[in-house]
Design a protein around this ligand. Structure first.
Ligand code: OGA
Ligand code: MN
Length: 375
């Protein structure tokens, strides 16, 4: 009997909520789980030696398309040759993770990209979150009482076709250029997984604090579900729950560590998933060891990743000690497809009652609550 059964047993001891589905039940279990205890015994760890541990029978090696990406293009994107990747948890050169973390914090958070702070602040106030926050973050003396810097209040950023959280749609008239370095990385990863010609058209970046969760959802707003959804994780580890097509299927729990890439494609493209827990680092506020490696000094001439300065690195370090950053990249339209023309009436009606909260903070003042269909 595996530890899976043990965890399921523990879940059963939670006070039952009326009408609660299997996914929600496990979501609650992990949200209140205590790291370092048997609570996490059933969480699959792809980074642990393969073929052992709970749920290992669920872990299979996936055949990558080694010939689709040249070693040089992989290197340009800061990745190892595809032949060295492990299909259940792709690991890049550790040092390169800094490039993406820095881009998420310093560059992608800037205009014209859209972020959660835009709703409450002027363009001027959100002009340069990095510049406004870096002194705060670099300051060694940790003043717990100081107000949170803007970077620490950042929860999400959208890229390319900007996802509309209310209508749950992308639209042709809300587009800004997708970052070319992230597009290149995504194309290489997709090609290695057998998806040649993947186009990075939309991105959602999630910035998690230790008390953040991501609610149960399915990413179905993209118009072509035959294209994969790529997800890159950095910083503190998290528990990721992957469920079924319906919420009453018990989800599988797995760790997402820094540098892990998840590709949701085929059958798994439309599965329910959630992040009920970001795990604090085991030895207080420290970084995963793969982030301690400095950047290589020699990069290909046409590299899309660039070295991260000592100064920038310090700010990222400070930030990541209590945070997780996740980038998801999506192709929205099929080749030669256009957005459907929508009459105004329909746009109104499409605000659904499902009311799913995206990144939810325990201490967040403005919680996303169920949308009233009449409002
Ligand atoms: C998403 C998502 C997962 C994660 O942004 O749609 O599912 O690991 N993110 O943060
Ligand atoms: Mn998702």
């Amino acid at each position: 009997m595996g530890k899976m059964a043990a965890a399921v047993g523990s879940v059963a001891t939670l006070a039952a909520e009326p009408g609660e589905d299997a996914f929600r039940k496990l979501f609650r279990f992990y949200r209140q789980s205590r790291p370092g205890t048997a609570d996490l015994g059933a969480v699959i760890d792809f980074s642990a030696s393969r073929g052992s541990g709970p749920g290992a029978r669920k872990v299979v090696r996936f055949q990558l398309s080694v010939s689709s990406v040249s070693d040089h293009d992989a290197h340009r994107a800061g990745l190892q040759p595809v032949s060295k990747w492990q299909a259940y948890g792709l690991q890049g050169y550790p040092g390169y993770q800094w490039h993406w973390v820095k881009q998420c914090l310093k560059l992608y958070s800037q205009k014209p990209n859209v972020c959660n702070l835009d709703k409450h602040m002027t363009q001027e106030e959100t002009q340069d979150l990095w510049e406004q926050s870096k002194e705060f973050l670099r300051n060694k003396e940790v003043n717990k009482r100081r107000p949170r810097s803007l970077l620490e209040k950042l929860r999400w950023v959208t890229l390319g076709y900007h996802y509309n959280w209310d209508s749950k749609k992308y639209s042709a008239d809300h587009y800004t250029p997708f970052p070319s370095d992230l597009a290149f990385l995504s194309e290489q990863v997709a090609a290695a997984c057998g998806f040649q010609g993947f186009r990075a058209e939309a991105g959602i970046l999630n910035y998690y604090r230790l008390d953040s969760t991501l609610g149960i959802h399915v990413d179905r707003s993209e118009l072509d579900h035959s294209k994969p959804l790529l997800s890159f994780s950095f910083g503190q580890s998290a528990i990721f729950l992957l469920g079924g097509l319906k919420r009453d299927e018990v989800p599988t729990a797995m760790f997402m560590h820094s540098g892990d890439i998840m590709v949701m494609s085929g059958f798994s493209r439309l599965l329910n998933h959630a992040v009920p827990k970001v795990l604090p680092s085991p030895q207080g506020e420290s970084l995963p060891c793969c982030l301690e490696t400095p950047l290589p000094t020699v990069l290909p001439r046409d590299s899309v990743v660039e070295p991260c300065s000592e100064e920038d690195w310090q700010v990222c370090t400070r930030y990541l000690k209590t945070a997780r950053v996740n980038m998801t990249v999506r192709q929205v339209l099929a080749t030669d497809q256009d957005f459907p023309v929508e009459p105004m009436e329909e746009k109104k009606r499409d605000i659904t009652t499902e009311g799913f909260c995206h990144l939810d903070d325990e201490n967040c003042q403005v919680k996303r609550v169920k949308l009233n269909p009449d409002s």
